[in-house]
Design a protein around this ligand. Sequence first.
Ligand code: HEC
Ligand code: HEC
Ligand code: HEC
Ligand code: HEC
Length: 129
Amino acid sequence: MKKQALSLLISVLASVCISAAACAQDNMTAVDNRVFEKPERTRAVFRHESHNERAKIDVCNECHHVMKDGKKLEHESSEDKRCSDCHGLADSGETPSLRKAFHLNCRGCHEKSGKGPVMCGECHPKEDR
Ligand code: HEC
Ligand code: HEC
Ligand code: HEC
Ligand code: HEC
C-alpha cells in the first residue's frame, strides 16, 4: 500500500508543470482550427499528452519538424511554432497546405500503423467538445 502511494505521489509530481509556457500542451484536447477561414468541421480531437503517451511517441519532431531539402532534420524540432507558421492555406511548392499537412501527419500515421482513427467523424465529432 505504502509503495503504491509513494509511486502515485512521484507520478503526480512528475506531471506538475514547471512553467505555464512549458506545458501549454498538457491541457490540449483538440487542435485549434481558427486559422482556417470558415471551418467546415469541428476541431479535431487531440489530447496531446495522453495521445502521445498511449501512442508511445517520444520524439517531439515526429510532428513538430524542421524540414530541409525534403528531409526532416533529426535533431531539430519546432514545438515553439504553430503548423500554420509554415503551412499556408494553399500548397506552396513542396510544402503541403495546412489541411493536407494535418491529414497526412495524423491520418497518415494511423493508416500506416493500423491504430488510431481514420474516419472523418472520429476526429471531427458531430459536436465540438
Ligand atoms: C486522424 C484525424 C483526422 C481525420 C480522420 C480527418 N481529419 Fe480533418 N482535420 C484533422 C486535423 C487535425 C485538422 C486541422 C485542425 C482542426 O480542424 O481541428 C483537420 C482539418 C480539416 C479541415 C479544414 C478545417 C475545416 O474545418 O474546414 C477539413 C475541411 C477537414 N479536416 C475535413 C475532413 C474530412 C472530410 C475527413 C474525412 C474524409 C477528415 N477531415 C478526416 C484531423 C483529421
Ligand atoms: C502526434 C503529434 C505531436 C507530437 C508527437 C507532439 N506534438 Fe506538440 N502539438 C501537436 C499539435 C498538432 C499541436 C497544435 C499545433 C497548432 O495548433 O499549430 C501541438 C502543440 C504544442 C504546443 C503548443 C501548445 C499550445 O497550447 O499553444 C507545445 C508547447 C507542444 N506541442 C510541445 C510538444 C512537445 C514538447 C513534444 C514532445 C515531448 C510534442 N509537442 C510532441 C502535435 C504533436
Ligand atoms: C518550421 C516550419 C514548419 C513547421 C513549424 C511545420 N512544418 Fe510541416 N513541413 C515544412 C516544410 C518546409 C515541408 C516541405 C518539405 C519538403 O518536402 O520539401 C513540410 C512538410 C510537411 C508534411 C509532408 C512531408 C512529411 O513529413 O510527410 C507534413 C505531413 C507536415 N509538414 C506536417 C506538419 C504538421 C502537422 C506540423 C505541426 C505539428 C508541421 N508540419 C509544422 C515546414 C514546417
Ligand atoms: C506517429 C503516429 C501518430 C501520429 C503522427 C498521430 N497519431 Fe493519433 N494515434 C496513434 C496511435 C498509435 C493511436 C492509438 C493509441 C492507442 O492504442 O490508444 C492513436 C490514437 C488517436 C486517437 C484516439 C485515442 C485518443 O487519444 O483519443 C485520436 C483522437 C488521435 N489519435 C488523433 C490524432 C490527431 C488529431 C493527430 C494529428 C494532430 C494524430 N492523432 C497524430 C498514432 C499517431
